[in-house]
Every structure is written in C-alpha cells, then in structure tokens.
Design a protein around this ligand. Structure first.
Ligand code: GLC
Length: 706
C-alpha cells in the first residue's frame, strides 16, 4: 500500500511528510483549516487520502502547553515516577489507553508519549516524566503505556528520547561518552524492551550527542541498532529543535519536527537542492517518506477524519488517574504505626506544600492542564528557552480531601510561611501532616537534592514541637531528608496528577492500603552518586561561535558526560560500591504484612523462578515481590517481579522466566548478548537490599541475538 501510494507522489508531496511545524508558532493564517493546535503538525497528501499528522504531548496526558488551546483541559495522570512506583503494567496500559482516547477525542492522531530515559541522576529535571532507574521495569512499563495509547484506533505513539538524554543541563550540546556494552545493557535495553512490548509507530530521537554525533543523525543508533538489530519498522521523528543537518536523513532520521525551532529547514528548503544535485539520493527521500506512509497505513490513519470525535467521560478517566495515583504512593516509613490515621483523630494540623491549592505537576512539554484547571500557575524562568516550563498546582487539594475523609476531625491549615506560628500551632495538635513539594521541569536540573526554600527547617521545627508528625513528599525526584529521624512517617507521593490529593488522603486514612515501591534509589547524599557534581553544571554559556556549530538552541559550551557507573545505574551502582542508600530501589511499606514460601529457582538454559506470596495481615493489600540476580564481580540486576493483590489470608503463586538479556552482558565483538556459564545468586526480595531468601543456581552459557 505504501509503495503504491509513494509511486503516485511527487517530490513536494514526499517532502511534505518529512517535516512538521509547531502550530502554536504559526500565524493563524498559515494554520491548516480545522487542525487542532498541539505540539506538532505534519501536512498530509489529501488527494491520496493521506491525513495530516496532528501531534500532542505527552506521557502524563494531553498537554496544553502555554494554554495554546485556551481553557482546554484533560485528565492529568500522576507523574512517570508515580506510575513506575505501581510496578503494574496492566494499570499503566489502562492509563495509556485513557490518555490516548482523550487525544483522539480532541482531534490528535499522534501522541508523543513513552519517555523512558533512565533515572541516572536524581537531580535531572525530567525524571518526573520517566519510569525509574532500571531498564527492565522502565521498558516493560513504557511498553504497556505505548500499547495502551495505540489501543485507540488511528493513533500513533512514540517512544522517547532516543537515547541517553538523561539530564537537562546542556541537552543541546552535551556528548554522552559510554561504551557500547554499557549503553546496550542500560538505556538502550529499556528502549528495546519498550519497542518489543509496545510496538510504537515512531521513535523520537534526542537532543544530545552520543559518541560524538547528534542522536538525530547517529547512524549507529538510528540504523545499526534500531533497524539493523531491533528490526524497528516505524519512522524516526526528531525532538523539537534537535536536527542539525540534511544528511541526518542518511543516518536514519525520517522527519524533522517543529522545524521552526531549528536553524534551518533541513528536511525541506535545504533538502531540495541536495536532491537536485544528487548529494542526497532520491532513494533516501523515498525511504523516509515510505517509512512514514507505512506507519500511517499500519495504524490505519488513512481515512482519519479530524472531525470524528468521541465524547470524553472525564469522571471515568479521573477514576483511572486516581487508581494510578493511589498505587503509585510509596509508604517509606511508618514507625510505631502512626499511619493510617484513625477516624477518631482529633486536632490535625496540615502545613505547607500548597496543600490547600492542589498537588504539584512538573513543568514543561508534559504538563497537563487538569480537569478543574490550575489553582497556582506561575512562570519560573524568564529565559525564552525555559519560560514554557511553569510551576502549577491543580486537582483536588489534599486539605479538602483530608476533610472529606475525616469529617469528625478538627483540621486546620497553615501554609508554613511563618515557621514560628506553624510550630506553635503544632504543639497542641494530635497529629501534624506536613506537605513538602519541590518543583521540577524540563530544561532545568536541580542543583542539589534539597527541598525547595526553607521546608527542611520548617519540618525540623515542627518535628521538634510534636513527635506525631507525618511528611508527605510531593516531588519529581528523590530528595534529602535531614529531618528523617525526627519524623516517624514519610510518604513519597510524587506529583500525583489531578486526583493526587484524593489519593494521598485515602492512603493516609487507610481507605486504601499503600502498595507503591520505589523505582528509584533515594541516596543519602550526592556524594554517593557516580557523578557527585552534575555534569556540565559549571559549563560556560554558549557564545555565537558555539551556536554556529551546535545550533540555535545551544545554551552552554559543549561538554562530555561520562557515566562512571556504565550500565550499573541506580541500585546497581550502590550494590557494586557497597553503598547504603537512604531508601533502596524497590522499597515500599504496607499496612498489612506478606509472607513468602515455596521459593524455587531452576537454572540450566533459562532461569525460572517461582514462589508464593501470602497476605499474613489483617487487611487486604498488594505486594510487589522482586527477584534479583548476581554473579561474582557483577552488580545485582532485577530479573522480574510479581504484584499480588491479596485479601487477608489469601495467597498466590508468582512465576518468572528471566530475560537472558538482563542476566547477561552485551559482547560488542560477538555482537550478541552472552550469559556466561557459571553459578549465580538469585534473591527473592522486598527491595534491592531487603532480601527474603537466596538460592545458588548454575546457568549454562547462552548467546542471544542483539
Ligand atoms: C520537547 C520535548 C519532547 C516533546 C517535544 C514536543 O522539547 O523534549 O519530549 O515531545 O518537545 O513538545
């Protein structure tokens, strides 16, 4: 079908497919009739029934950056780290199906979801969008999300940002230096699993350089790995303003997105003369256009009509967002069983974190204007490259939700701006609940792991006044907790999306049993990190000469990012170095307890693990049991997990067949994954450091295609 259509297209029609615009930056007269304004728009070929590609962000719902569709709102899912904390692919798939249905109903047919860059540095500003530090967990969850989005008819999803765009500082100029084995075993493995399990129509290549060449013109990534090894059959679009040459089409880039943001129209104005001269062969144009066409047909976008819109059931969609938020909240600490809060609770003081205004959302292209709108919406940076990343609070305020769940309690609120007054009010409260938030956004990394402003001092002062204190963290990343030992109960609630406030209140009061488990490590300090100093944090500002080389979006002088951990991101680094984190990957408490039994491990050609989980407590709850593997000289790796929702006394069996690519190493010389023959330790665990049982097992040598 694509071949026949391509044969009927002239050069201009083919080139029309190879570049997109940001409609919001087009003068109204130049905007296509009836096309909804979103992140991107690619002209189609109407005479041949090829529709325009109408693109919206992103993984957390249909975003409405800068209110480009005045007043439009959408269901705001919780952040990626909250989604990852659920360890529940089925639920994440349901969330993807929901946001994809809203995108379709609003007139879009491409959704720029699937952010799966690994959390290598807990200061990185977009970690709130992503799915944690482990390639297996992140890969499976992003695959589920993509499959969910594309379960909607006539919808193409992306997976992004390919690859290793793992920090915001210098994203347009940084060069990642990492050997192929480390790359394959970590960031690339997350993409590989996500593509296998989600089958996205498109891959979005990243801003940064990898191995010296820009990701969007990197033949190793876009041709050797993506097509050659993985057999990816869709098309590659660039990130917005990530293209630096027309020759990128030869490396495997098929579409320049948001081409107003690049210095040149590389895939239109600059392409035509090079086609005429033969510098760029016609075959390259046909290949790129053909990939886009075949994806359009495979996702049945032919015949797509932007006017055919379904109604949106925001109430039902809100319930999905609430379920994700509830399952994504991690109970980090609950000394003395201070939680859940009893219905008979008397005087409760709620402090800070804008708990009277809603829950925070991260800033940038993924920011959704939630149903009900934002209560607080402020520009954080005047820098034109960063001004779109705004701080916002929306959804049901936790304070209102707590009052609803505890109607007989006397709940008062102070915003914490007067620490002395807040501390005085805390002295005679039966319970103090402090909300602590930290703003995170695209284009910005954190300078450190501290909470914003004077929140640490406030929490310490309140804890000194009243030992019955709970801290609810609403952050986009792991944070320092200097007050940790003075606070008996701590919740990691992340950015909970529009139903986050309700979810927090239902967890605090025990209406819902917490079941979240950390998808990232909480370090004790940045000194434990592979890069204690954030790479590029001291890079000089870019000058005209730098911009002439690295593009108009270059804001810093170029620098290399070397990751000393290699493929051992996160808990693997802590294991390899024998470091004890503040809270380990996989950690999460419950209001009930779980017991494990019949732990069996079978080796040989493939590793098979099984065990039973029983709810040994008094109330229903969900457990996430994890299985890790290690061998002498190699850090442990997650090979599987089981989420079990159990009534008191109920038990279930978990069976895991490990993926050899997670166990083995990538051998660039052999160009294969190799599981060495030998003895391995296989751990059944509650977290990366809380081991229930260990078994030794022998695995035979196994080689697997890349
Ligand atoms: C951004 C982001 C990308 C987003 C795109 C369109 O800069 O990096 O995630 O999909 O532009 O908004």
């Amino acid at each position: 079908m694509a071949t026949e259509t391509l044969a009927q297209m002239d050069e201009d029609e083919k080139i029309a497919l190879l570049h997109g615009k940001m409609p919001a930056l087009l003068p109204p007269a130049k905007r296509a009739e009836g096309v909804v304004i979103g992140a991107g728009w690619v002209q189609g070929v109407p005479r041949l029934g090829i529709p325009a590609l109408v693109e919206t962000d992103a993984s957390l719902g249909v975003s409405n950056l800068m209110n480009m569709r005045p007043g439009d709102h959408a269901t705001a899912l919780p952040s990626g780290l909250a989604m990852a904390s659920t360890w529940n692919p089925e639920l994440i798939r349901e969330g993807g199906a929901m946001i994809g249905s809203e995108a379709s109903a609003k007139g879009f047919n491409v959704m720029l979801v699937g952010g799966v860059n690994l959390v290598r540095d807990p200061r990185a500003g977009r970690n709130f969008e992503y799915l944690g530090e482990d390639p297996l967990l992140a890969g499976r969850l992003v695959g589920a999300q993509i499959a969910g989005v594309q379960s909607n008819p006539k919808m193409i999803a992306t997976i992004k940002h390919f690859a290793v765009n793992d920090q915001e500082t210098g994203r347009h100029v940084a060069n990642v230096v990492m050997d192929e084995a480390a790359l394959r075993e970590s960031d690339l493995l997350a993409f590989q699993i996500g593509i296998e399990e989600g089958d996205p129509g498109s891959v979005m290549c990243a801003y940064n350089r990898v191995g010296g060449s820009y990701a969007c013109e990197n033949a190793f990534l876009l041709t050797d790995v993506l097509r050659g090894d993985w057999g990816f059959r869709g098309f590659v679009m660039s990130d917005w303003g990530a293209v630096h040459s027309t020759e990128a089409v030869l490396a495997g880039l098929d579409q320049q997105s948001g081409d107003q943001l690049d210095g040149k129209r590389w895939f239109s104005d600059e392409l035509r003369p090079k086609l005429a001269s033969g510098e760029i062969p016609q075959a390259a144009l046909d290949r790129a256009a053909g990939r886009i066409l075949s994806t359009i047909y495979r996702h049945r976008l032919d015949g797509w009509d932007e006017r055919a819109r379904q109604p949106i059931d925001y109430a039902a969609n809100g319930r999905i967002a609430q379920q994700v938020a509830e399952q994504g909240i991690v109970l980090l600490r609950n000394e003395g069983g201070i939680l859940p809060i009893a219905a008979s609770a008397g005087k409760i003081l709620v402090v800070g974190g804008n708990a009277d205004k809603g829950v925070p959302s991260g800033g940038g292209s993924s920011q959704v204007a939630p149903v009900g709108g934002f209560k607080v919406f402020e520009q954080v940076s005047k820098d034109p490259m960063k001004s779109f990343a705004r701080r916002a609070f929306g959804g049901t305020p936790p304070l209102d939700a707590l009052r609803r769940e505890l109607p007989s309690a006397a709940i008062t609120y102070v915003d914490g701006s007067d620490p002395a007054a807040a501390t005085a009010a805390a002295t005679d409260a039966d319970l103090v609940i402090v909300f602590a938030d930290k703003f995170a956004a695209e284009t910005m990394d954190h300078p450190d792991l501290s909470l914003d402003g004077e929140q640490d001092a406030l929490i310490a002062s309140l804890a000194g006044a009243n030992p019955k204190i709970v801290v609810v963290l609403e952050t986009g990343n792991p944070v320092d907790m200097p007050w940790h030992d003075q606070v008996p109960a701590i919740l990691a609630a992340w950015y909970g999306g529009q139903e986050g406030g309700t979810a927090i209140a239902r967890i605090l009061t025990g209406r819902v049993n917490p079941s979240g488990h950390l998808p990232v490590t909480f370090p004790r300090s940045v000194d434990q990190l592979p890069n204690p100093k954030l790479p590029g944090s001291d890079a000089p500002k870019a000058d005209k000469a730098a911009r002439a080389i690295y593009g108009v979006q270059a804001d810093l002088q170029p620098f290399d990012i070397t990751y000393p951990e290699g493929s051992d991101a996160g808990y693997r680094w802590f294991d390899a170095k024998g470091l004890t984190p503040l809270y380990p990957f996989g950690h999460g408490l419950s209001y009930t307890s779980f017991a494990y039994g019949k732990y069996k491990v079978k080796g040989g050609k493939r590793l098979a693990v099984s065990f039973t989980v029983a709810n040994s407590g008094e109330r229903e709850g969900a457990d996430v049991a994890q299985v890790y593997i290690s061998r002498p000289g190699k850090a442990k790796r997650l090979v599987g997990w089981g989420r079990s929702d159990l009534q008191p006394g109920e038990s279930s069996k978990v069976s895991i067949m490990a993926d050899p690519r997670v166990i083995g190493d990538f051998d660039p010389a052999l160009r294969k994954w190799v599981v060495p023959q030998g003895t391995y330790t296989v751990e059944l665990a509650r977290s990366a450091t809380d081991i229930v049982e260990r078994r030794e097992v022998v695995l035979e040598r196994l080689e697997v295609q890349p």
